[in-house]
Design a protein around this ligand. Structure first.
Ligand code: GDP
Ligand code: ZN
Length: 373
């Protein structure tokens, strides 16, 4: 398909491009009538509303898909995924879902129970806005964690300092944060006064898929509503008949905004903790982490290694020994657990991005702490 044909593709507004077309074409022995679709919401377990070139369909994974995906929950589609479907014969508005196209980014969370399995929350997010409120004490360290985790997902991070109207000097905060995260856009906004909304809109351009994360109350919904202003749109709801034939409606979780941007807004994304539990421990014990930067060996366990700055701090009374003990205890509890986000392999190979989970636990964020010293 040439690019002009793609620009005219009915799914181009949903982000369909030549790379996706190539991924679809690479599906081995495709069944007749295979066509692309994007997941707009999961209606029930493994049952999705998808948008196709000819409109919206209700798609169910094929038996073969179930069989192949069984052992891997993240193999099942999530909102934002591009999938390959065929119309179900004799069932209008229904489709069979055969495959998920390889994801460009993914946001996962640990499944309840803490086992290794990852629950996929959303896929193929291009830009993730990390929103915090200027009315609260912002925490630069936390923003850094956010950033690393967002990049691990494969999405491009943008930091949003919202509620500018509640701060005397938002620009000074922006400058301070920007120094910590060179090269990352840092925006000051107010959904109240509309300050910065043009800048925000500059990242929310046609065909890009966006998501907003951040603590409750920072203004994510308000910003989304501003962006999707007129988006009570025809795209608000999915209608289907339930088992008893009654009409039911479900809110779409992938919404096409008037700008042409695609906004993913799901409870899972809203609740997402972008830092994992291990990182939360690092934040709580940042004093120890900072002292440990001066240990001679980057792999120092602060036991009997020569040149251990942590043992030295205990010896000279600047670090209570109990504090090291409780830090160790929490670290040990976390050690068994997998990280809360999984990186797609394409991202893992990008220079400058963290490569391996074990590198992280060996020496977390050394470069970041250096900047703060
Ligand atoms: P969410 O939990 O992150 O989705 O936050 P909401 O969008 O629900 O906003 C939480 C509260 O903050 C609401 O009462 C909003 O009206 C308010 N709010 C959101 N953005 C701003 C802002 O820029 N300035 C001020 N003063 N209030 C805001
Ligand atoms: Zn040490």
């Amino acid at each position: 398909m040439d690019s002009s044909a793609l620009a005219n593709h009915p799914l181009a507004p949903y982000g369909w491009d030549s790379r996706w077309a190539a991924a679809l074409a690479a599906i081995p022995s495709p069944p007749p009538g295979l066509e692309p679709a994007r997941v707009v919401v999961e209606l029930r377990r493994h049952y999705y509303a998808v948008v196709t070139a000819s409109g919206e369909l209700l798609a169910e994974c094929t038996g073969k898909f179930h069989h192949d995906a069984q052992r891997e929950p993240a193999a099942f589609p999530a909102v934002g995924d591009w999938v390959a479907v065929t119309p179900s014969p004799g069932a209008e508005g229904r489709a069979q879902l055969h495959a998920v196209l390889p994801r460009r980014s993914r946001f996962c969370r640990q499944s309840a129970g803490g086992e290794q399995s990852q629950q996929l929350i959303a896929a193929n997010i291009d830009v993730v806005f990390l929103v915090s409120g200027l009315d609260r004490n912002h925490n630069p360290k936390r923003i850094q964690r956010f950033l690393v985790a967002a990049r691990d997902s494969g999405a491009e991070p943008v930091i949003v300092l919202n509620k500018a109207d509640l701060h005397d000097d938002p620009e000074s905060v922006r400058t301070e944060i920007q120094r910590l995260v060179p090269g990352v856009p840092v925006l000051v906004t107010s959904s109240q006064t509309r300050r910065g909304l043009k800048l925000l809109g500059g990242h929310a351009t046609a065909g890009r898929t966006l998501a907003f994360v951040g603590s409750s109350g920072v203004g994510k919904s308000s910003l989304i509503n501003r962006l999707a202003r007129d988006a009570e749109l025809p795209v608000g709801e999915v209608r289907e008949k339930d088992a008893k034939g009654r009409h039911t409606t479900t809110r779409r979780e992938l919404v096409l905004a008037p700008s042409g941007a695609l906004i993913i807004d799901t409870p899972g994304m809203r609740e997402l903790q972008l830092w994992d539990a291990d990182e939360a421990v690092e934040i709580a014990y940042s004093d120890i982490v900072t002292i440990a930067l001066r240990c001679r060996f980057t792999s120092c366990l602060h036991e009997d290694e020569p040149g251990c700055a942590v043992r030295a701090a205990i010896a000279d009374g600047t670090l209570p020994v109990e504090r090291l003990a409780s830090y160790r205890k929490l670290k040990a509890e976390q050690a068994a657990k997998a990280p809360s986000l999984r990186k797609p392999s394409a991202v893992a190979s990008k220079p400058g991005w963290r490569k391996k989970a074990d590198e992280r636990s060996a020496k977390p964020f050394r470069h970041l702490h250096h900047r703060e010293d």
